[in-house]
Every structure is written in C-alpha cells, then in structure tokens.
Design a protein around this ligand. Structure first.
Ligand code: NAD
Ligand code: ZN
Length: 358
C-alpha cells in the first residue's frame, strides 16, 4: 500500500467573491485523510485545463450562482493519495491516476442517474462551481465519479478531455448524424470546438468550422475541417454554409460558442430533419427559433450538458488511442487571470493547461 506524504498547506487559485480578482494563495489548507468523508478521495493534481466555464464561474454571468470563495477548475488529472475511511467498494485505489470532471459526484440512484443522465441529478456536485475544483495542488473528489486515465496517456494531454472532450463527444454522439453528413461547428477554434472537429472526423462527419482569425483557421483545417468560415469576415454565414453543402444546408450544428451570436443563423443553415445541439452557455440569452420553420423543417433542437461516467471513458479512450488530440499550451497557475482575459477576447486557440506539479 503506497504511503503518501500529504502537506498541511498548498497553493491554490481562489476567487473570494464573484467578479473579483483571482488570488494565488500559498497557505490554503489541504484536507487530510481523517477529514475525508466516506466516498471522498484526495487527488494530488498534475495538470488542469482551463475551460470557458471557469471564466463564467469567476465572473458570475450564469443564472445559477457559484459558491464563494471558489477554487475553480474541472478538467484535472492527478493521483489518488487518500480515500475517506469507511468508503465501500471504491472503484479506485491509492496511487491510481484519475481525472476530475465537471460532474464531481451524483447520487447514482435517482431517475436521472439511473437513466444515464447523471449530470442532471438533483444532488450533483460540480467541480469548481459547487465544490472546490482543480486549480490547486490537491483537490477533493469522489471515488464513484473520478475517471481512470488510460496508462501511458500523459496527464497534461488528457486533462481537457475531462470537460471539453467529454462534452463535445457526447453532443456529437446524440447529434443524429451518420458518416458522410455535414456538421457545422460554431466555436470550432476554441477549447471545445477544436476537439469537436476531431470527434466529428472520427465519426466520419464532414466538418464546417466557424470561428475567427488566422490561427484558428489554420488549427481547424489542420484537424480535418473541410470548410472554414470566419464569422467576423463572412457577409452571409447562411449562404456560405449552403454553398458548401450543395445548397441543402447541414445535417447538424453543434454550437460551442460562448456567445449567443454563434446560435443565430443555425436554424437557417440547417437542412430539413437536422439537429441543432446547444452546448455553449451564454448566461442570459434566449434562442430565437422560428416555430414555423422548426416544425416545417422537422428540426430537432437539443441541449447537451457534459457527459456521464461512460461518456468520459469513451472520450478518453479515443484520445488515448491518438484519434483526438488536445492542442494546448502549458502555463503556470499564476497566469490564470491572463488566460481568462485572453479567453474573453477570443484569443485562445485550443486550450491552456496548467502544470500543477511544480
Ligand atoms: P472557448 O472560449 O475556448 O471557445 C469558444 C469559441 O467560440 C472561441 O474560439 C470564440 O472565438 C468562438 N466564437 C465566439 N463567437 C462566435 C460566433 N458568433 N461564431 C462562431 N464562433 C464564435 O470556450 P470553451 O471552453 O470551448 O467553452 C465554450 C462554451 O461552452 C462556454 O460557454 C462554456 O461554458 C460552454 N460549455 C458547455 C458545456 C456543456 O456541458 N454544455 C461544457 C463545457 C463548456
Ligand atoms: Zn468545462
């Protein structure tokens, strides 16, 4: 049985109150083994991705408020170094390398959990939102929901699969598309979007990437998008999509833009029978859908919210086998505010991953 030395204090990135500045605190307490409840585990973090959701949490622009003070982060990978006493039949053991995703825990027994929509569980705990997250050297999580990381898959390369990857993997899985269909990805150059390009390609879909700027254009085309549309330069996005799809429009759109503008044209560039997958989460916007054309074109409008434990394993498996790769740069946690600023300005192509081993 490995015996881990667990320090009393650690470095974390913390927001004292919503909308406030991020502080790096170096003497934040580490929960010790005897302070863990049954079912809880302590993870020594190695890497954490930075999702746009963490930015929403820090500025508080969603209708459901996060807790404060808040340690954000929900795309983490690390080692299990302690497990709460009296934890029954833990699926993970000390020394295992595991991932922490947005859905930190759920009851596993309610109707939503039983139906595989664990993320909709009324007792769901959310990493970096309703419980402290992964922007820390040590994070407390839950044995039933941490995800085993396939051997040989580096922690920094795996981290962003735990949210960005799982989320778009599931959204595409339920997008009612088949190989050869056209899928439009507004937000394609961002964290979720660039993985969506690859999960879509892995399913044989033809990708139209929508985002802005030379770097995101190069990234999405290099990952297999066939068509690029710059939403800041295009004079008519609907016409551009129709032109690319032989006049009919696309079979699906998976919108990962964090802004409502990513949604506005979607119903017009989709063909009859198509599916609009809402993923990006502008906090207060509404989706303006023509009822007439939604009916007349038999359009499905679906919301897709992260994924369950099985989605996490499937998304990680494809990535560990090299079918999908996170395009990331590594930064120190003290850069968090700068990363948020870059993300708000649409300047982050792919992902930023924090190295938490230092
Ligand atoms: P990101 O900032 O990395 O990527 C968003 C991308 O959208 C950027 O590249 C930006 O340039 C682009 N964009 C903005 N306006 C656009 C427009 N009009 N058309 C096309 N592209 C546009 O963010 P991310 O980490 O990928 O997260 C995206 C959104 O998804 C956030 O709102 C986040 O909270 C949400 N999210 C949802 C889920 C879920 O379960 N549904 C899970 C994770 C994240
Ligand atoms: Zn996320």
């Amino acid at each position: 049985m490995p015996n881990f030395q667990i320090p009393q204090v650690q470095k974390v990135a913390i927001v004292q109150k919503t909308g406030g500045t991020i502080e790096i605190q170096k003497d934040y307490p580490v929960r010790q083994q005897n302070q863990l409840a049954p079912g809880e585990c302590l993870i020594k973090m190695e890497a954490s991705g930075c999702c746009h959701t963490d930015l929403h949490a820090a500025i508080g622009d969603w209708p459901i408020a996060p807790m404060t003070p808040l340690i954000g982060g929900h795309e983490g990978v690390g080692i299990v170094v302690a497990i709460g006493s009296n934890t029954n039949a833990s699926p993970v053991q000390l020394g295992d390398r595991v991932g922490i995703k947005w859905l930190a825990d759920s009851c596993l027994n309610c109707e939503d959990c039983r139906k595989g929509r664990e993320q909709n569980c009324a007792s769901a705990k959310l990493s970096g939102y309703t419980v402290d997250g992964t922007f820390a050297e040590y994070a407390v999580s839950y044995v039933n929901h941490v995800t085993p990381i396939p051997e040989g898959f580096p922690s920094d390369a795996a981290a962003s699969i735990l949210c960005a990857g799982v989320t778009v993997y599931r959204a595409i899985k339920y997008s009612q598309t088949s190989a050869g269909d056209w899928i439009v990805l507004p937000g394609a150059g961002g964290g979720l979007g660039h993985l969506a390009v690859q999960y879509a390609r892995a399913r044989g879909l033809r990708v139209i990437a929508i985002d802005s700027g030379a770097e995101k254009k190069k990234l999405t085309l290099s990952l297999g998008a066939e068509v690029w549309i710059d939403f800041k330069e295009s004079k008519d996005i609907v016409a551009d999509v129709r032109l690319a799809t032989g006049g009919y429009g696309a079979h699906s759109a998976v919108v990962t833009a964090a802004h409502s503008s990513g949604y506005t044209q979607a119903l017009d560039y989709l063909r009859p029978g198509a599916t609009l997958m809402a993923v990006g989460l502008p906090g207060t916007s509404t989706l303006n859908a023509s009822i007439f054309f939604t009916v007349f074109k038999s359009i499905s409008i679906l919301g897709s919210y992260v994924g369950n434990r099985q989605d996490a394993r499937e998304a990680l498996d494809l990535a560990a086998r090299g079918k999908v790769k996170v395009h990331f740069i590594t930064k120190d946690l003290k850069e968090l505010q700068n990363v948020y600023d870059g993300m708000a300005a649409g300047k982050v192509a792919g992902r930023v991953v924090f190295d938490l081993k230092k």
